[in-house]
Design a protein around this ligand. Sequence first.
Ligand code: KG4
Ligand code: ZN
Length: 339
Amino acid sequence: MSLLILGIESSCDETGVALVRADAGKGVPVLLSHALHSQIEMHRAYGGVVPELASRDHIRRVLPLTEKVLADSGATLEQVDVVAFTRGPGLAGALLVGAGAACAMAAALDKPVLGVHHLEGHLLSPFLSEDPPEFPFVALLVSGGHTQLMRVDGVGQYAILGETIDDAAGEAFDKSAKLMGLPYPGGPVLSRLAEGGDAKAFKLPRPLLHSGDLDFSFAGLKTAVLTQAKKLGEELEARKADLAASTQAAIVEVLVKKTLAALQQTGMKRVVVAGGVGANRLLREQLDAACAQRKIRVHYPELHLCTDNGAMIAMAAAMRLQAGREQANKEYAFDVKPR
Ligand code: KG4
Ligand code: ZN
């Protein structure tokens, strides 16, 4: 028996919808189609995500995207067996749109719903790749709101090895970019600018690099970037690429060293990187090089599935159902968990 799972993501500034097929028993579920609308253009004028505008735009996008996903896969809404949605964390109003749409569709179809943890979606997103990982593995989860190292023994079997005590890695990218006067979304813009800069130009701190544990801290780095930017004054404009490169190098070095420490501590030979910062080229290059030396296998989501999308939500729901970790139900009086 196989299940068709529709997944809806609306936690922040991307509306994502996808259809996944899960076959009973073994085998990684298969992505049939997915569609995404990014609100980046809309929020750019404000320098960041405006929650109210995000919610309203999710409302406009969610049904047309659903229709597109069904049309692309050749399936009908009636054939969908389970409707999954991101339950949190994220922006409350934005989450309510996806949850509301999912529960309304499911109620109309008399089908069950399943709320998914957004981070579990990111964590399992490498299973959407052609060459998916095998359990167990160490996971480096690096998004705009989270930075965690985890030991992953199977679906739903997650143990946190270390995490940030202040800002997330994506936040460090975004806030540093803002301090340098770069436009939203800071992370990718800063990293593109960094390509033309000298990473050794400025000495920036590597917080907690030698702390001996697997925790992270990025708030001090952001302050150091601010101090450096102020010191440069009018010179900042001409030195921006160097400052961007130095900032990126500091963030990436900490991420790579701590990931290697987690691999050593657990004795594992496999690591999965997930979340928006997983799209960063320097991080991929440095982690690949360090892991190749140690005969460690690194898995990433496909580049376009690093940031938020519906495919990871449908996949996480499918894998949870397949593993028997969860039962979808007809509880349509949904709630969301922003935090
Ligand atoms: O996973 P995600 O789409 O959303 C959250 O769940 O937070 O991650 C977004 C984060 C942002 O902080 C963004 O700046 C960062 O990922 N990001 C990057 C890159 N692409 C996205 N950071 C560095 N380099 C990139 N290429
Ligand atoms: Zn995310």
